[in-house]
Design a protein around this ligand. Structure first.
Ligand code: FAD
Length: 535
């Protein structure tokens, strides 16, 4: 096929306009065009009242070769690359050892799935519960303030992104098209087909739940096994080579190939790995608050008269401000038409995050507004970042009234430095609930100063962003892992052979897609190592 990119058409163009644009771009007649597939559809909303759709298309014609010759050198007309995923190995007959995967979030799911598809029958160990039971526990926490420390927003089947907006965009370079493999698997598991081509795909919480179940069934059908409510409490290491794990119930399982896909919140597991001597370093992350506005305000600011257009959906935003102090403040994990959620996994601590459903029809838009933190802000131990996060979360618990309500403040009051006493037009979506207060004590002074400087700057890009009644809820601390568990070119820990640190928790991903892609890479590395060792 021929890939034709940068076809630009008005938002409300007729279907025929797309065909006409292809014919003009390629200089062919309608008879010569035999097939068209939309590969990507994005939009250009820089001028909000004149929004354009930008297409990348794969087309077939009666003579592709001749057309490619005719347009040689034109970067917008090229042969369609082969994007089909190809397995790098097949399990040897008489497989002597089953690889282990610790964690069943996006990284562990894809690692487990690809290993199973290659015939390695992985055993996957997940500390949390199956997704339906986990959903009950998580919603139970939001409604009744009863936290289950092993079954919550962070832990359980599906991993941290299960109760989320399910945004699937990623900035990572992907020359091998692993992302396409991930999306293909997601669609087979029930994700909307449009995720294959829209520029900002998202799935939303409810669909994610059933997708995770379908992928689990597929892994099991291929000979894999998944154990829930099984926490890895110890790693067996002999002469620098991992040889197995011990579970919380004392059971020992042997393996010399272990994918470590534990996410950024498994603080007890980080400690265990550190105690066992697995090499890790503190790494930068970010902390801040969630901000809520009426979604209509964001839609108007971004899309003007086109607000509410079905192709555009609820508007998102991405903001960054470089402060005079040298710190950066940026929006993170923006959830259009969603809710702010309680994302604690430890007792006596308050953590915020955001989620939405596929329809994104809730009243408010929310996003984290966070400040970059560097290990030099809490020097010392490789796990000092975990302690830093914990202190902020415990402090937020105290400020919220010691009952999992989150401390909150109106933006106007925050900028003035006055405690909020009553809500304005923006109603909080956070469950269990909020307590209005003065958030200036919720983060270190340098963070407060940075956020106070950034919000008026953001207001220049999104009119109304700094409105008095917009609401801040705190604290957002789990933006990414506070540690990096270093691995070498062969994807193994640099000092513990056979251990494959992966995904967000090890510092190799930031989001659903990049974690899932990292899972595929780890599966490939494990498969090739097993084959090499078995000859
Ligand atoms: P995780 O998903 O964290 O999975 C790790 C798994 O390991 C967990 O299930 C955990 O229970 C298990 N585990 C940990 N320790 C052990 C142990 N000792 N033994 C056994 N099992 C263990 N990203 C996006 O791209 N888009 C979004 O819209 C988005 N929204 C989000 C909303 C929320 C509320 C949250 C919390 C996160 C969101 N994210 C989003 C981030 C995204 O979820 C993570 O980047 C992603 O899940 C990381 O994948 P992972 O597999 O590396 O780790």
């Amino acid at each position: 096929m021929i890939r034709v990119s940068n076809i630009k058409l008005p938002l409300d163009h007729k279907e025929q306009a797309l065909t006409d644009a292809i014919l003009t771009t390629l200089g062919i007649t309608a008879e010569q065009l035999t097939a068209v597939e939309i590969r990507r559809r994005g939009y250009d909303a820089r001028k909000k009242n004149t929004i354009f759709l930008i297409y990348t298309l794969d087309v077939d014609t009666t003579d592709n070769e001749a057309l490619l010759q005719k347009h040689v050198g034109n970067q917008s007309i090229r042969p369609t690359p082969d994007m089909e995923y190809k397995f790098v190995a097949q399990a040897p007959t008489g497989l002597q050892e089953r690889p282990l995967v610790i964690g069943f979030g996006p990284c562990g799911i894809l690692a487990g799935l690809v290993l199973a598809q290659m015939g390695y029958k992985p055993l996957i160990i997940e500390r949390g519960k199956e997704v339906r039971q986990r959903t009950k526990d998580t919603f139970g926490f939001w409604r009744q303030k009863k936290l289950n420390t092993e079954s919550n927003v962070q832990f359980g089947e599906g991993g941290a992104g299960t109760f989320s907006d399910g945004k699937l965009s990623t900035q990572i370079k992907d020359p091998n098209h692993y992302g396409r493999k991930v999306l293909t698997e997601f669609v087979e598991a029930g994700a909307p087909e449009e995720i294959m081509y829209v520029s900002k795909p998202h799935i939303g919480t409810f669909r994610l739940v059933s997708m995770v179940e379908k992928i689990r069934a597929k892994i099991i059908e291929l000979g894999g096994e998944i154990r829930f409510s099984a926490r890895v409490d110890d790693l067996l290491i002999e002469a620098g080579q991992v040889t197995g794990i011990t579970l919380s119930d004392g059971e020992t399982i042997k393996s010399r190939h272990i994918a470590l896909a534990i996410g950024h919140s498994a603080r007890d597991t980080f400690q265990m790995l550190y105690d066992k001597g697995v090499y890790m370093e503190a790494k930068p992350f970010s902390v801040g608050f969630r901000i809520e506005h009426e979604q209509s305000l964001i839609d108007d600011a971004r899309f003007g008269k086109n607000a509410g257009h079905p192709i555009l959906g609820a508007a998102d935003y991405k903001l960054v401000h470089h402060c005079k102090s040298g710190r950066s403040v940026y929006s993170f994990c923006m959830c259009p038409g969603g809710t702010v959620v309680a994302a604690s996994s430890e007792e006596g601590r308050v953590v915020t995050n955001g989620m939405s459903q596929y329809s994104r029809q809730e009243r408010n838009a929310n996003s984290a507004i966070v400040v970059g933190i560097d290990p030099s802000d809490y020097p010392g131990h490789p796990l000092a970042g975990v302690e830093f996060q914990r202190q902020l979360e415990s402090n937020a618990y105290l400020m919220g009234g010691e009952n999992y309500d989150a401390p909150a403040q109106k933006v106007g009051d925050f900028l003035k430095g006055a405690a909020s006493e009553e809500l304005g037009s923006v109603q909080p979506s956070f469950k269990p609930g909020i307590k209005l207060t003065d958030l200036s004590k919720a983060l270190p002074d340098f963070c407060i100063e940075a956020i106070r400087e950034a919000i008026p700057e953001f207001n220049k890009k999104i009119k109304g962003f700094a409105k008095n009644d917009a609401l801040l809820t705190g604290v957002e601390t789990r933006t990414s892992s506070p540690v990096s568990i270093k691995r070498g070119y062969d994807m193994q820990s640099i000092n513990t052979r056979g251990l494959y640190p992966a995904g967000e928790g090890a510092g190799y991903a930031g989001g659903i897609m990049s974690a899932a892609i990292d899972g595929i890479k780890i599966a490939e590395a494990i498969a090739m190592s097993i084959n090499e060792q078995q000859g």
